[in-house]
Design a binder for this molecule. Structure first.
Ligand code: ATP
Ligand code: MG
Length: 279
């Protein structure tokens, strides 16, 4: 039996909104080891909120209830800030969906990556800078020296994604949560970044939660896929069998993906009436 890195049992997240409580994530159960888990589902299905719950990023009055959220044997449900500082970044990292919101606007991107390394490793600044430049090259940034000194508003969306990836990979976490990490990248850079992440999974025993809207990419790149709908995991399958799933929601999502091989006159849209029983 593979060693578990992360276990989640009965996770529920409820937001308090002016219109009353909103139950965004419902009875989530899954566990994972050193593997690549893909999470798919349409916008608003709860993918990011589930991930943020794992990292303790949701604040009161949001209600996070779970029978278990554990990283190896460590209970993540009631950690204080000092305990979180040892986990976030070093043990579990998350590449956020929008890099420009997540980067500090008044610090050069190079310094931010360097800081991420220095927080968790006792090395000199010179060594940390060399490691940062090496990481920028690994995420295919041309001219790392120039980009090191750039500020977040001076870089493109795709560069921002790669900076975030560099920042999250540099401390060599044991679990990486990547929320749409390559959505702004062209296919060739995307493939290079994915093979870098893949190497971290296979060579450094990192677990990966890969959130994406790209079903073809997930079925090609991941080992297993969780399919979310309206806050629940409604289907789960080996990634290679995603296209053969019998679940009506998964089939509905797949039917909405355009294909070059099988041209359709009109793309299908999800039939929500048929899905009522999964809400
Ligand atoms: N702070 C908040 N207050 C109230 N509702 C929220 C809040 N943050 C998220 N939600 C709601 O929770 C639900 C799940 O959001 P989440 O961000 O997890 O979706 P997602 O699956 O990541 O979507 P996307 O693919 O668009 O990123 C959505 O309906 C969203 O509107
Ligand atoms: Mg999201």
């Amino acid at each position: 039996m593979q060693k578990k890195i992360l276990t989640i049992k009965n996770l529920n997240v409820t937001f308090s909104t002016p219109k009353g409580p909103f139950h965004a994530v419902k009875d989530i159960n899954f566990s994972m080891g050193v593997e690549k888990i893909g999470v798919v589902g349409e916008s608003g299905s709860g993918k990011s909120i589930t991930s943020k719950s794992v990292l303790g990023l949701l604040r009161k009055p949001t209600l996070i209830e779970a029978d278990e959220i554990s990283f190896h044997d460590m209970d993540l449900r009631n950690l204080d800030n000092t305990q979180w500082r040892k986990i976030r970044g070093r043990k579990i990292s998350m590449i956020m969906q929008d890099p420009h919101y997540s980067l500090n606007p008044i610090m050069s991107v190079g310094k931010q990556i360097m800081e991420s390394y220095l927080t968790h490793h006792k090395v000199s600044k010179t060594e940390a800078k060399a490691k940062t430049l090496e990481m920028l090259e690994l995420v295919r940034i041309n001219n790392p020296e120039r980009v090191f000194d750039a500020y977040p508003h001076e870089i493109s969306g795709g560069m921002g994604q790669r900076i975030m990836i560099a920042m999250m990979l540099i401390p060599q976490p044991e679990l990486l949560i990547a929320d749409e990490p390559t959505s702004a990248l062209d296919v060739s850079v995307q493939n290079q970044i994915l093979s870098l992440i893949n190497e971290m999974v296979t060579r450094r025993n990192m677990g990966l939660i890969f959130i994406s809207h790209d079903l073809n990419l997930v079925s090609r790149f991941c080992d297993r896929v969780l399919i979310m709908y309206r806050g629940r995991i409604v289907d789960e399958c080996p990634a290679s069998e995603l296209h053969a799933s019998k679940h009506p929601y998964t089939q509905g999502l797949l039917n909405c993906v355009p294909s070059l091989d099988h041209k359709k006159k009109r793309l299908e849209v999800l039939n929500r009436e048929k899905l009522r029983s999964f809400e």
